[in-house]
Each structure stands twice: as structure tokens, then as C-alpha cells.
Design a protein around this ligand. Structure first.
Ligand SMILES: [Zn+2]
Length: 343
């Protein structure tokens, strides 16, 4: 009797402590800069993959005042795929280049800081996955993150970007102790999209949120005109069962929308087409569109620019100008997450 009580207590204690141990381990694995950095900079890197001859590009910027404050970023080597070339640079220099390429420097400071933290998180997560093995990321904005060499811009622009990155040194976004998939885009058109609606896999921190104040964005609302014959041909190539009756009004059937206001599926010529496919096929700014057919054209009126999942850059700027801090901006667009220092 006594033994069974003791056994029960031990079992309860075990299950109570296990999640704590797991969480702590997970945090350590993700947040140990020494481990991350040593993977590239010391001899554990496989010879010929990340050796000095391939990766040790000169690191302009290393003497800048901003870099002296960038303790974590300056020590972390990032292998970056630039065209066909592998270039190794410190994280501070890399993120400065990302900020220059991805965000107008006219944005408010807190919006730029939010971008720097999102981009650092994206980069370190890609690093752990070796997205372009042996490189962590590429410099193509359509794939990973855009990158502009800080050495090639004006000293003023470089200094501003460097200072913003340095002010967020080592800060990342975590969800339950893990680096998040910190996706971002230009402009949502008023509401963001869920990851599930665009990529099919649900992530608790990439859900639909309102994103007001983006009306000044260049592509808040846009129009794409496709010749009607080209429109018909493209649909028929994708699904040979489509049928176009004489009356244009009968071409468009039911439309199903996502929670973020995008077109999930639309019936055209009697067949269903995904909004994501139409966006890709016709080069639309976003999946949040209205479609009008005339005798000669298919006219898409889109709202927003990009996949609309995660942080809206113009929405972040609007929040910053309304007084939100970069942490508040990130907590809004990546719900349920926390910003933490990685060292
Ligand atoms: Zn890439």
C-alpha cells in the first residue's frame, strides 16, 4: 500500500517535470549562439564546403561603430548563396543588406526594427535547416530574402540600416521556444492571410489579423488586365474540361474566400481554380482580387501585394507611426509569439 502510493507520487512528479525539461532543452538547442556559430567558423565544417577559399569574403563594415554593439550578430557567420557564389559574411552585415533590399529606409524606426528581428529569425531558422545547403539562405527576394551589398549604397543609408540592426542585436521571435517561420510581405490590403490558406500547412502564429493604415502603399490596390483569349487559353491548358458559354456572365460561378479575404477557389468555365494558381499564372499582386470580364479582357482588381502571410511591412510602418513598438508590431502579426535575446 505504502509502495503503491510512493510509485504514484513518482509517476506524477515525472510527468510534471518532463515538459519543463523538454522546453528547456528545446530552448537551449535553438538559442545557443556558440553552437550555431561554431558550425560554420571552426573546423567542424566539412572541408571543401565552407572553407576559407570559398567563403571568407572581406567583411566591410567590421570597423563601424554600429558593429561594436552587435555582439551576437558580429560573431555569427552566415553562408549566403549569391547567384552561383557562396559568400560568408557576419550576420550583422547580412541583415544590414537585407534591410537595405527589403524595406524603404523612410519607414519608421520601430517598423525597421521589427523587420530586422523578423529577418534575423528567418535567417537563423534557415541556417538550422541549411535551406541552400551548404548555404543558409540565398539573396533572391522571391525565394529567401533580398540582399543589397551595404558597401554599394550611400554611407547615410548604410549607417541607418546598420544602426537599426545593431539595436536589435541577437533578438529573435520564438513560439514555444522554437524559432518561428517569420514570413513577411509588402502590403496586405487590410487583412493578412493564414499560412494554411496559401501553403496548406497551418501554423498557430500565422493567422489572419487586421492590418489597417496601408492605404499609402504603392500596390494597396492594383489592376491586372489579361486579353480574354489568353485568359481562356490558360484555363483550358490547366483544365481541359472547362467550357465557355456564349454569355460572359455565365463564365464565373461560385467563389469561396479565405478568412483573410483572398480567393480560395473560384469556378471558371464550370471548373474550380485555386486563387493561388491564378495569382501565379497571371502574375497578380495577391489572391485578394475581384474579377471582371469584358468582351476583350479579364480584369483582376487586387488588394495588397505579396502572399499576405505574416508581417505586413506597410502595416508595420502604420503601427509604428501610431506609436507601437517593434515588439508590439511583431506580437500582432505573429500571434502568441515572444521576442527574446538569443544569447
Ligand atoms: Zn532561397
Amino acid at each position: 500500500m505504502k509502495d503503491s502510493v510512493i510509485s504514484a507520487i513518482i509517476v506524477i512528479l515525472f510527468w510534471a517535470v518532463l515538459p519543463i525539461l523538454c522546453t528547456a532543452q528545446s530552448l537551449c538547442l535553438r538559442a545557443d549562439p556558440a553552437q550555431e556559430a561554431s558550425g560554420v567558423s571552426n573546423s567542424t565544417a566539412p572541408p571543401g564546403e565552407l572553407g576559407p577559399s570559398e567563403c571568407d569574403a572581406p567583411g566591410p563594415g567590421q570597423a563601424s561603430p554600429a558593429l561594436e554593439r552587435a555582439c551576437f550578430d558580429a560573431a555569427f557567420r552566415m553562408p549566403v548563396l549569391r547567384g552561383d557564389e557562396t559568400v560568408s559574411m557576419d550576420l550583422h552585415y547580412y541583415l544590414t543588406g537585407v534591410l537595405l533590399a527589403e524595406t524603404p529606409l523612410s519607414f519608421a524606426d520601430e517598423a525597421l526594427k521589427a523587420q530586422a528581428v523578423a529577418s534575423r529569425t528567418y535567417a537563423l531558422r534557415s541556417y538550422s535547416h541549411r535551406r541552400h545547403d551548404p548555404c543558409a539562405v540565398c539573396a533572391n527576394p522571391g525565394c529567401c530574402q533580398g540582399w543589397e551589398d551595404p558597401a554599394a549604397v550611400s554611407p547615410e543609408a548604410r549607417a541607418r540600416a546598420e544602426a537599426i540592426v545593431a539595436e536589435t542585436d541577437g533578438l529573435v521571435i520564438l513560439y514555444q521556444g522554437e524559432l518561428i517561420d517569420a514570413t513577411f510581405f509588402s502590403c496586405s490590403g487590410g487583412q493578412t492571410e493564414t499560412a494554411a490558406a496559401v501553403w496548406g500547412s497551418d501554423l498557430p502564429y500565422l493567422q489572419t489579423v487586421d492590418s489597417p493604415g496601408e492605404e499609402n502603399a504603392a500596390h494597396f490596390e492594383d489592376e491586372t488586365r489579361i486579353p480574354l483569349s489568353e485568359f481562356q487559353k490558360a484555363l483550358a491548358e490547366q483544365d481541359e474540361a472547362v467550357q465557355f458559354p456564349d454569355a460572359l456572365g455565365a463564365w464565373v460561378g461560385n467563389i469561396r474566400y479565405t478568412s483573410g479575404g483572398g480567393v480560395d477557389e473560384i469556378e471558371l468555365g464550370g471548373r474550380p481554380f485555386r486563387g493561388t494558381w491564378l495569382r501565379r499564372r497571371f502574375g497578380l499582386r495577391s489572391t485578394a482580387f475581384a474579377l471582371e470580364l469584358t468582351d476583350s479582357e479579364a480584369i483582376f482588381t487586387t488588394r495588397g501585394f505579396g502572399h499576405r502571410v505574416g508581417m505586413s511591412q506597410y502595416g508595420a510602418d502604420a503601427m509604428a507611426r501610431s506609436g507601437s513598438s517593434f515588439k508590439e508590431i511583431l506580437a500582432w502579426y505573429y500571434q502568441g509569439t515572444a521576442v527574446e535575446r538569443i544569447s
